[in-house]
Design a protein around this ligand. Structure first.
Ligand code: NAP
Length: 256
């Protein structure tokens, strides 16, 4: 897989961030996708160890430098033995190009893979579970959102220490058409009665998303507190500020 200009720009930006003080062992599903294939090089650049669960036919799409294991994300028994020693589990599996016509696939793939991952993370007492959800409520994509909401509830029920990220649409290479909507977003953000929705369902860039995922990996929610506080939600405004947060949080590590 050749690196694009935006891949290189992202890595350069990551190189400029203060060093991470505590490397993590990260187990990732969906590492061959749009976000996963950018997140893995970013995590490696930050000094983390990454092991990616990949379907046998998709091995050629895994970014170089990470450890690859083969299994089926829809059946945790095929990868249970590979999760440890990870202390961070990132779940990114989802139906490609989601649309309202894919309700059955959302239940068969997104829901089942997340159920399997959440149950296994709870059984293995993985320190930190990171789940890619979606912004909601929203006036469209009801079935997609219903599955994500079900998975978020499952994370709460299993009392996982977790970070849930809720983007709406992630702009980047091959995902550019919603740029046309930006003027409309600007107007909605100015009007008091549409402002909150426009911010919640705002567009984020792939770079903002990857930095938010890196931020999530490097700063788990506090441990040993009541279970509701062990779950952190990173919504669109928080995804947009992840870079600034990373710079602030990591700064003391470099000076010490
Ligand atoms: N992109 C966005 O704007 C956006 C916004 C909100 C939420 N999300 C959610 O964020 C997550 C990551 O998004 P993305 O855009 O990176 O997704 P993506 O590019 O479509 O990648 C999806 C990943 O899921 C795997 N996968 C798909 N079908 C599978 C199946 N039947 N069995 C096993 N694995 C399967 C793919 O593996 P293979 O390579 O083996 O096919 C790939 O690694 C998804 O859950 C998505 O719904 C995305």
């Amino acid at each position: 897989m050749g690196a694009t200009i935006s891949d290189i720009r992202l890595l350069l930006r990551i190189k400029k961030l203060p060093l991470c003080s505590e490397p993590r062992h990260v187990f990732i599903t969906g590492g061959t996708g749009y976000m996963g294939s950018q997140l893995i090089p970013a995590l490696l650049e930050r000094g983390h160890h990454v092991r990616a669960l990949v379907r046998p036919g998709s091995k050629g799409h895994v970014p170089a430098g990470c450890e690859v294991v083969s299994g089926n994300p829809l059946d945790a028994s095929t990868y249970r033995q590979f999760v440890r020693p990870a202390n961070t589990f990132v779940h990114l599996v989802g139906v490609p190009r989601p649309s309202p016509s894919k309700a059955a696939e959302f239940r068969a793939i997104d829901l089942v893979s997340a159920q399997q991952a959440i149950t296994l993370a709870a059984e293995l007492a993985v320190d930190h579970f990171i789940y890619l959800s979606v912004a909601h409520p929203a006036p469209m994509m009801k079935d997609y959102i219903a599955v994500r909401a079900e998975c978020e509830s499952m994370i709460r029920e299993r009392k996982l220490r977790a970070t849930i990220l809720r983007p709406w649409y992630v702009l980047g290479p091959g995902h550019r058409w919603p740029y046309m909507l930006l003027p409309m977003y600007k107007i909605f953000e100015l009007l008091p009665f549409t402002r909150e929705g426009a911010r919640r369902l705002g567009l984020v860039t792939l770079e903002q998303m990857i930095l938010a995922l890196v931020f999530a990996v490097e700063t788990p929610p506090p441990a040993g507190v009541e279970s509701a506080k062990q779950i952190r939600v990173i919504d669109v405004p928080a995804i947009r500020s992840a870079r600034a947060n990373l710079e602030t949080l990591a700064a003391p590590a470099r000076s010490s």
